[in-house]
Design a protein around this ligand. Structure first.
Ligand code: FAD
Length: 620
């Protein structure tokens, strides 16, 4: 019964997206796409960038804009050729659920196996495999970290060019902001924003708001107020406490997803004539000369193996799991791991693949007296109507990437009674403006997020939840190789909820969500008792057990090639993203973060890419 709507959504979207693809492909390569690389033929460039994802495309495009010749190596292809729904904001969660048996065609299909903190479940961990990378798969939330968290970043890497004020221009550089279309949003769903957080010159990533505000979010706003979290103007100017309708990486004019690929590679690319894109091409190994200078990358397109030589630098932007993998198979990483797989050690860096931060989430679901995403999955006529509204008029529920309202807080005193002295001590290490919990609207049945679309109850009711994400996590995971070949996916161990601190904050956050749902402000829409897991799960031990059985990631894996100072044994790159122990090699992506700054990381991935690109250009 559930499969039919999903199939038709894909089918109808396919029909609608076909002209778009044709348009994008017309005149190829000169009109819309940059020059494709010739598989199997060795070639020379100034720079070789590995990974055409969020950071990689940004760096490659900025370098090409300055006329450097750049090879961009991407294992996937243009995502619109492989995904029928990726451009629809409201379809963003369809296939990224926890179930290991489902993943989109533009996803690598990582599975974290036997996760102790998740009651030893196997959990799918989505990562984009396409031009655009994870920006083509993500939930599109756009906001920035806090001032003190960026000060911590600057201090940890001993480089004051990372303070919030100093990096703000790089955040602004990528983004073209468009205010919400208020005519499409109810009066009680006005999104506030600060125009000063954006620049008129920013381009080409589109940041705006959906032409449909989820009704549930206005009630969540009331619930948040009831528990002491008031609305605030803006989450992009260095402060996160409070609640608001969040901006998303959405094209304002047609309400489609904006990604690093749609932003940089399909607009007018005449200024990128020195960029050569090697799609469907896997980077196998970084090549070095006898002085440990990176001189190129060994790649594979289909059955063809060949070398792309870099006369200036190699830049690795393969993401949180595969940047450390590529370093390791190329001889950079913990020596004992490398030796195990017969890899010659060029630079013994124990931190490669370690220090993985992430933001796990969980939360209860209620039956509500509102239309939510549940109806899309359960009511075929409604689904088709919404699809037509989206495709023909760029309005309706499918313009909304499901989560459109966020709130951040440090857990208030009233809910800290069960925190141990150790937990308080661990949390005190985070700066005073760094929230401990984020609450996100989830106007659908959440459960264990195994199959977000197909798992919606089909009983004629609508469901909604508020999910909590741990934004000051103290558990750290890791990623490691299982062979000396990048064809074999590395093994990821997210290690969520490993610490007592994370467990206690998670329980407190769960209780905060319940308090919001049980507030007078939300009473008019809450139907009956808590639907999932149910109010019988009341003690801390019971709540923790529910959390373990339902915990999922919000896909923010980071810091696996962390930035730091040379005498930090876990640091992999310096503050200019240069890999320690070798020359002419940088890592520029979410793996290079020294810390996972609070909130959602894509803005900071773009920021880092812009900052390092400017550094490369300035010093070339
Ligand atoms: C489902 C999901 C939801 C998310 N929601 C949000 C959100 O709402 N807001 C937010 O801010 N962040 C969100 N994130 C996180 C954010 O999207 C990522 O942190 C960010 O996009 C990572 O950028 P990156 O450049 O580090 O990696 P990616 O964008 O993943 O790019 C890595 C690229 O490298 C390629 N690659 C890997 N290995 C190789 C190889 N050996 N050879 C060639 N190519 C290779 C990959 O195919 C990929 O294209 C979400 C992520 C996911 C997956």
């Amino acid at each position: 019964m559930h499969l039919l709507p999903a199939f038709l959504l894909a089918l109808a979207a396919s029909a609608a997206s076909a002209p778009q693809n044709q348009k994008a492909l017309s005149g190829r390569p000169n009109a819309s796409y940059s020059e494709p690389g010739v598989p199997g033929v060795d070639a020379f460039f100034d720079y070789v960038v590995v990974g055409g994802g969020t950071a990689g495309i940004t760096v490659a495009a900025r370098l090409a804009e300055k006329d450097f010749s750049v090879a961009l190596v991407e294992a996937g292809t243009y995502y619109k050729l492989r995904s029928l729904t990726a451009f629809i904001p409201g379809a963003d969660s369809i296939k990224v659920g926890a179930s290991p048996s489902v993943h989109p065609a533009i996803d690598w299909g990582f599975v974290a196996r036997n996760v102790p903190g998740a009651n030893y479940r196997d959990i799918h961990y989505a990562r984009g495999k396409c031009l655009g990378g994870s920006s083509a798969l993500n939930f599109m939330i756009y906001q920035r970290p806090t001032k003190e968290s960026m000060q911590l970043w600057a201090d940890l890497v001993d480089d004051q060019s990372y303070t919030f004020e100093k990096v703000l221009p790089f955040y602004k550089r990528t983004v073209q902001f468009a205010p919400p279309h208020d005519q499409h949003r109810p009066e009680n769903a006005t999104a506030e924003y600060a125009l000063s957080a954006f620049s008129e010159d920013g381009q080409p990533l589109q940041v705006s708001y959906p032409n449909y505000a989820m009704s549930f979010s206005s009630w969540m706003r009331g619930g948040m107020q009831a528990i002491g979290i008031n609305e605030t103007q803006d989450f992009s100017s260095g402060s996160l406490f409070g609640a608001q309708y969040c901006p998303s990486t959405i094209e304002a004019h047609d309400q489609t997803r904006s990604t690093s690929q749609t932003a940089f590679l399909t607009a007018d690319i005449s200024h990128l004539r020195t960029l050569t894109v090697y799609k469907n091409t896997l980077a196998k190994k970084i090549l070095f000369d006898s002085q440990k200078r990176a001189i190129g990358v060994r790649v594979q397109s289909g059955l063809l193996e060949y070398s792309l030589k870099a006369t200036r630098e190699v830049i690795v932007s393969a993401g949180a799991f595969q940047s450390p993998q590529l370093l390791m198979v190329s001889g950079i990483g913990p020596s004992h791991t490398l030796e195990k797989y017969g890899i010659e050690v060029l630079s013994n860096l124990p931190g490669v693949g370690q220090n993985m931060w992430d933001h796990p989430f969980f939360g209860p679901t209620y039956r509500v007296a509102l239309v939510t995403f549940t109806k899309l999955a359960a009511d075929f006529t409604f689904l088709i109507k919404q699809l037509l509204l989206f495709l023909l008029s760029h309005i309706g529920m499918l313009t909304n990437p499901v989560t459109d309202f966020l709130a951040f807080e440090k857990v208030p005193k009233s809910h800290r009674a069960a925190f141990s002295a150790h937990t308080e001590e661990a949390l005190s290490q985070f700066p005073s403006d760094w929230p401990e919990v984020e609450y996100l609207s989830a106007a659908a049945y959440v459960g264990n997020f195994s199959r977000p679309f197909l798992q919606q109850p089909n009983d004629g009711s609508n469901y909604a939840g508020i999910i909590a994400s741990l934004v000051s996590p103290t558990s750290r995971g890791n990623v490691t190789i299982i062979s000396n070949d990048t064809t074999d996916l590395p093994v990821i161990n997210p290690n969520w909820l490993a610490t007592e601190t994370d467990q206690q904050v998670a329980i407190a956050a769960y209780r905060r969500i319940r308090a919001a749902f049980h507030s007078k402000a939300m009473a008019p829409i809450v139907l009956g008792e808590e639907y999932h897991p149910g109010s019988q799960y009341e003690t801390n031990a019971q709540i923790l057990s529910v959390i373990r059985n339902t915990v999922m990631t919000i896909f923010h894996a980071a810091c696996t090639c962390k930035m730091g100072v040379r005498n930090d044994s876990q640091a992999v790159v310096d503050s200019r993203a240069r890999v320690f122990g070798v020359n002419a090699l940088r890592v520029v992506d979410v793996s290079a973060f020294p810390i996972l700054v609070p909130g959602h990381p894509q803005s900071s991935v773009y920021m880092l890419a812009e900052k390092i690109a400017e550094d490369i250009i300035a010093t070339s």
